[in-house]
Design a protein around this ligand. Structure first.
Ligand SMILES: C[S@@+](CC[C@H](N)C(=O)[O-])C[C@H]1O[C@@H](n2cnc3c(N)ncnc32)[C@H](O)[C@@H]1O
Length: 307
């Protein structure tokens, strides 16, 4: 594997202009980031470098995904990671995405999280309090609600989200879930998940979930979220995380990194890395609920607390 060049070194080595704007470039410009802002300057350089990778190598290798992560870390502060997440998700809502079938491996991970909560919850009090971080349009909350309802369990689910376009859809979907089953009540909380969790009461939640959202945080905030979840959980509780597996799936290399700014400004981990962080924080046992070592689509892990 070639040694990682800094962003500056790499940009100097590539042709100055691509012949035409790539899909990634077009979508990036469509995000509407103020061109006079330093956020725009930094993120536009990364997008140019990714176009440069495609122009130079034709397609991306796994180590290129690591270079891109290195450049993103080199450029963006923790606050800018959050700003980018909100910007990319504000543009995410389209009728095709809302009405479409969704991404199968994300559904699978969300269902695995719901099933694990039902299995773990057998030994906790009622109604459960579940905190779903980065709730989006309630993909994770919906799977958890369905699994709990099927098992005859009662729960209050607090779904934390901070992107206005997604909050609007989440509100409609929560109203529908709340009408369907009185035992499962969902409340939408408009907040940054890191700030919200840091203020939450200690030992006040049975389960914290964060599905396909943790990679949008700077590593410092990823660790802060794990520590805060540990503090907020009651005995017998668990923190359940699902995320893309190391960002090196073929889907990521061949599709997402050529087209989706959302996949660019993110920091991915392996199941081992995430499990180790959970263990180092004090969670025991830590269980890998699913992983995909063939296509690297995604994984889910659970850090548990003794009853
Ligand atoms: C890929 S979506 C996943 C949604 C849902 N968990 C699912 O699996 O369907 C990631 C969500 O995390 C939200 N998000 C990212 N960073 C966040 C933060 N700091 N605070 C709150 N929400 C955040 C985004 O706005 C987006 O809706």
């Amino acid at each position: 594997m070639a040694q990682q060049p800094s962003l500056g070194e790499f940009l100097q080595a590539i042709p100055t202009k691509a012949p035409q704007a790539s899909i990634l470039q077009q979508r990036f410009e469509g995000l509407g980031i103020d061109p006079a802002s330093s956020l725009y300057t930094k993120t536009a350089l990364i997008v140019r470098a990714i176009d440069g990778l495609f122009a130079t190598y034709g397609s991306l290798e796994r180590y290129h995904a690591e270079w891109i992560q290195g450049w993103v870390l080199e450029q963006l502060t923790p606050a800018e990671f959050k700003e980018m997440a909100q910007i990319v998700f504000q543009s995410w809502v389209t009728p095709e995405r809302l009405e479409g079938p969704g991404i199968p491996h994300i559904h699978k991970a969300n269902d695995a999280i719901g099933a694990a909560i039902v299995a773990y919850a057998k030994r906790t009090r009622w109604p459960l309090h579940v905190l779903d971080l980065g709730a989006g349009t309630l993909g994770t909350t919906g799977h958890i609600a369905a699994r709990l309802a099927q098992a005859g369990m009662a729960a209050h689910i607090s779904a934390v989200e901070f992107t206005p376009a997604l909050l609007a859809i989440a509100g409609e979907r929560a109203a529908r879930i709340n009408q369907q089953a009185a035992a499962i009540q969902v409340a939408i909380i408009n907040a940054d998940m890191v700030g919200y969790l840091s203020q939450a009461e200690s030992a006040s939640v049975d389960f914290v979930t964060c599905s396909y959202a943790l990679h949008h945080l700077h590593p410092t905030d990823q660790l802060a979220t794990i520590s805060a979840a540990y503090r907020c959980l009651r005995p017998g509780g668990a923190f359940l995380i699902a995320d893309p597996q190391e960002g090196k799936s073929d889907f990521n290399l061949k599709v997402l990194l050529c087209e989706e700014p959302e996949a660019v400004f993110a920091i991915f981990s392996s199941p081992e890395q995430m499990a180790a962080r959970l263990r180092e924080t004090g969670f025991a046992p830590v269980e890998v609920l699913l992983r995909d070592d063939e296509h690297y689509t995604g994984y889910a892990v659970a850090g548990r607390l003794a009853s």
